[in-house]
Ligand binder design. Structure first.
Ligand SMILES: [Zn+2]
Length: 340
């Protein structure tokens, strides 16, 4: 069992108590979060990795601090960390969540995974989908690859046949606004793989205002498209999404631990963006009380602002955090632990 190393500061608590406690509902399904075990990373000395193990207990410990008293459920995604032994990582996830109520898993897949292995693993009732990642593109180009280059057609056919989920972190510079990505998603959702259910990670990879603004009107016409909100900290993509999409297709996701539970945010710079860790930023704060907050709280603040602008009801907000994903994934209301 991993002990969480939780850096939670007075400024985080202040923002939670004054601005977020009334916004975040009593039930949360985090549809984009990862466990990590150094022992599944090959070719390096585990002690040399500057990354700690995160198991289910770690996730629950973080949840107790971040969202006190909330009832938690999870869709845990395979962790596409460089050098991961896929079989070992899958087995560690399987044994970690086996029989734990309220927890589901999307299996890490690479183009070299054998279909028979995927098929065997997906027989587990808590394994509901696949988690490919662009770093495994067969082209070697991790920035400009197309979907089929890191999620081969035979895996999409398999997912389509079984009606599985795929958590898709879109590649290419413009994410969901990229014309080839849009063409591919249109073809797959309407013609080729109509039973495959897409969860487009990071608001369809719209960390700035631009991709979502460009793409939302095409995406909303496609069936089987859903979004997770993970790691997006700019309010503008949420405003486009919440005002123009069916909010029932949007699921809360944090991308904890490493990609969201740090002090900083994902800085939007025109149409570009970058992970920004304020503890490493060497900022001086000459004009204010310099206390950056956790990125996951920046995300919650942005969602709150966007929900207010979009005029969402309390019921719709509850949907974003829990019901939309719980219904889509078939997770019962009573499944899962309370962290009171
Ligand atoms: Zn992630």
């Amino acid at each position: 069992m991993a002990q969480a190393n939780i850096d939670y500061r007075d400024c985080d608590r202040q923002v939670w108590e004054e601005e977020l406690e009334d916004f975040v509902p009593s039930r949360i399904l985090d549809a984009h979060i990862h466990c990590f075990w150094r022992s599944a990373v090959t070719g390096v000395d585990p002690d040399s990795l500057k990354k700690e193990d995160n198991d289910l207990e770690t996730l629950n410990q973080w949840a107790e601090v971040l969202y006190p008293g909330r009832r938690m459920q999870y869709l845990i995604l395979g962790h596409p960390f460089p050098g991961t032994d896929v079989a070992k990582h899958v087995e560690l996830n399987r044994s970690e969540i086996d029989g734990v109520p309220g927890v589901r898993h999307n299996r890490l897949v690479t183009p070299s995974c054998k279909l028979e292995d995927i098929e065997r693993d997906l027989k587990h009732p808590q394994f509901v989908g696949l988690k490919p990642y662009r770093t495994h593109s067969v082209t070697g180009d991790i920035a400009q690859c197309r979907i089929h280059e890191f999620l081969p057609h035979e895996q999409m056919e398999f997912a389509n046949h079984h009606g599985l989920w795929v958590t898709m972190h879109l590649s290419r510079f413009h994410g969901c606004a990229d014309q080839l990505n849009l063409q591919d998603l249109e073809e797959y959702t309407t013609k080729r793989y109509p039973n495959l259910k897409w969860m487009l990670a990071h608001c369809a990879r719209s960390f700035t205002y631009w991709p979502m603004q460009e793409a939302v009107e095409r995406l909303r016409d496609m069936p089987n498209i859903h979004y997770d909100t993970s790691a997006v900290t700019d309010p503008r993509p949420y405003i486009s999404l919440l005002t123009k999409e069916d909010t029932r297709r949007i699921f809360w996701g944090s991308d904890g631990v490493g990609a969201a539970f740090f002090h900083g945010h994902y800085a939007a710079l025109g149409r570009a963006w970058e992970h920004y860790d304020a503890d490493r930023g060497d900022l001086q704060f000459p004009h204010c009380d310099g206390r950056p907050i956790l990125a996951v709280y920046e995300q919650l603040l942005s969602m709150k602002f966007a929900a207010e602008i979009a005029g969402l009801s309390k019921d719709q907000v509850e949907g974003l955090f829990w019901r939309n994903a719980a219904t889509a994934l078939g997770i019962g209301e009573e499944e899962g632990a309370s962290n009171d």
